[in-house]
Design a protein around this ligand. Structure first.
Ligand SMILES: Cc1ncc(COP(=O)(O)O)c(C=O)c1O
Length: 355
C-alpha cells in the first residue's frame, strides 16, 4: 500500500501496553495507544491525524446523538508468519461503510482516508496486534455527524475515527439463541442492511431480556410474519441440512451483508459444497431437526468468527443440537479462515492486505 496522504502523527509519550494481560482480555474494553481522526468540513476531508487514544470534544447538539447519523465498521488485523501486520478484506469494510453512509444520508469517506488511516494507526500500534491463536486487533472505524444544529436534516460536517482493541475469542462456548417473536430488528425498506448505530440501540432491550432468560443472543425473524430466519446478534447465520449449506438471502435488505458470510460462501463454493441462499423459515428448521437432517447451525461474523449454535428456542420449543451435531463444516470453516488470516495457508482469494 502506498501512502499519498499527509497524516500528522502525534505519538503518546507513554504506552499502556505493558498493563495489558493479553491472555485475558475482555472484548472491547482495552484500547490501543492511538486513534486516527479526519474531519469533513462540509466540503473537504481535512486534518487527517493520528493522536493518542482519548476523548473527543463535541457539541451536545450534534445530530449523531439526537437523530442517529452514526455508522461504524468492525474488522480485524493479524500478523502473518513473519510478523507483518495484515488486514482481512479491508476494502469490503470500506465499501460497506459507504453503503451505510449513503443509506443514512451521510458523507461517504474516500478510500485513501479509510485505508491510509488504517495503515497509519497500525504503523504506530503494531505491537498491539496479538498473535496467540484466535486473537486479533479489532479495528473500529466509525463516522458521525457533527453539525452544531438541532434541526432535523442531514449534517454537513462529519468526523471519521478509527480506534482499536486487542481481542481474544468472542464466544468460548456453543451458543444458545432465542428466536424472537415479539420484537423485530429490521423491516423491509428500513436500515437493516446498514451498519448504523440505531440498529444496535433498538435491540439492546430484547437482547437483555433474552440474556436474562439464559440465552446468549437473539435470533431475528422477519418483521412481517415472524417466520423467516434473518440473523443473530452481530453475526449472519448458516444452517446445514444434510449436505446442503443454507444461509438466508439478503435480498429484502433486512440483513447486514457480512464479510464473514461472503467468505464462508466463497470457501464453500471452492470446496464444491451444495449451497442455497434463500428464505428459510423457523418451522423448516424444526422439521429438519425432527427428521434428523439438521446437522449444524452456526453464526459467522468478524468478532465471533464462526460460532456454533447448540440451542435454538422458539415459543417454548427447543432444538438441542449438542450431541447430534458433528460440527464438521463449522470447524473446517473456522480453522481455514483463521489460518488464512495468519498466513498459515495460501490466501487463494486475495483477502489479506499487507499494510
Ligand atoms: C448485525 C450484524 N450482522 C452480521 C454481522 C457480520 O458481519 P461481518 O462478517 O462483516 O463482521 C455483523 C457484524 O459486523 C452485524 O453487526
Amino acid at each position: 500500500m502506498e501512502m499519498t496522504l499527509d497524516i500528522a502523527v502525534e505519538t503518546s509519550s507513554t504506552s499502556r501496553i505493558a498493563e495489558v494481560d493479553f491472555n485475558n482480555i475482555q472484548f472491547g474494553r482495552v484500547f490501543s495507544d492511538h486513534q486516527f481522526i479526519v474531519d469533513f468540513d462540509g466540503e473537504h476531508w481535512i486534518n487527517p491525524r493520528v493522536v493518542p487514544y482519548g476523548k473527543i470534544a463535541m457539541s451536545p447538539a450534534i445530530s449523531a446523538i439526537h437523530y442517529g447519523q452514526s455508522i461504524f465498521e468492525g474488522m480485524k488485523a493479524f500478523k502473518d508468519k513473519e510478523g507483518n501486520p495484515q488486514l482481512f478484506r479491508p476494502l469490503d469494510n470500506w465499501k460497506r461503510l459507504n453503503r451505510s453512509a449513503q443509506r443514512m444520508g451521510m458523507q461517504e469517506i474516500p478510500e485513501e482516508f479509510f485505508m491510509e488511516g488504517l495503515r497509519a494507526l497500525l504503523t504506530v500500534d503494531s505491537d498491539w496486534i496479538p498473535t496467540s491463536a484466535g486473537s486479533a486487533l479489532y479495528l473500529r472505524p466509525c463516522m458521525f455527524a457533527t453539525d452544531d444544529f438541532i434541526g432535523v436534516r442531514p449534517s454537513s460536517t462529519y468526523t471519521f475515527v478509527i480506534f482499536s482493541c486487542p481481542v481474544g475469542a468472542y464466544y468460548s462456548q456453543p451458543l444458545k439463541v432465542k428466536a424472537e417473536t415479539h420484537y423485530i430488528r429490521a423491516a423491509e425498506g428500513g436500515t437493516g442492511n446498514a451498519k448504523c448505530a440505531g440498529n444496535y440501540g433498538s435491540v439492546m432491550l430484547p437482547t437483555r431480556i433474552a440474556q436474562e432468560e439464559g440465552f446468549n443472543q437473539v435470533m431475528w425473524l422477519d418483521a412481517d410474519k415472524h417466520e423467516m430466519i434473518e440473523e443473530t446478534g452481530t453475526t449472519n447465520l448458516f444452517i446445514r441440512i444434510d449436505d446442503t449449506l443454507i444461509t438466508p438471502s439478503t435480498s429484502r435488505g433486512t440483513i447486514l451483508e457480512g464479510i464473514t458470510r461472503d467468505s464462508v460462501l466463497t470457501l464453500a463454493k471452492s470446496w464444491n459444497w451444495k449451497i442455497e441462499i434463500r428464505d428459510i423459515g423457523i418451522h423448516e428448521l424444526f422439521e429438519a431437526y425432527r427428521a434428523g437432517t439438521l446437522k449444524e447451525v452456526f453464526a459467522a461474523g468478524t468478532a465471533a468468527t464462526i460460532a456454533q449454535i447448540e440451542v435454538i428456542h422458539y415459543e417454548g420449543e427447543e432444538i438441542r443440537l449438542g450431541g447430534l451435531a458433528t460440527w464438521e463444516w463449522s470447524h473446517l470453516l473456522k480453522n481455514t479462515l483463521e489460518q488464512i488470516k495468519i498466513g498459515q495457508i495460501a490466501d487463494d482469494f486475495d483477502w489479506m492486505t499487507r499494510i
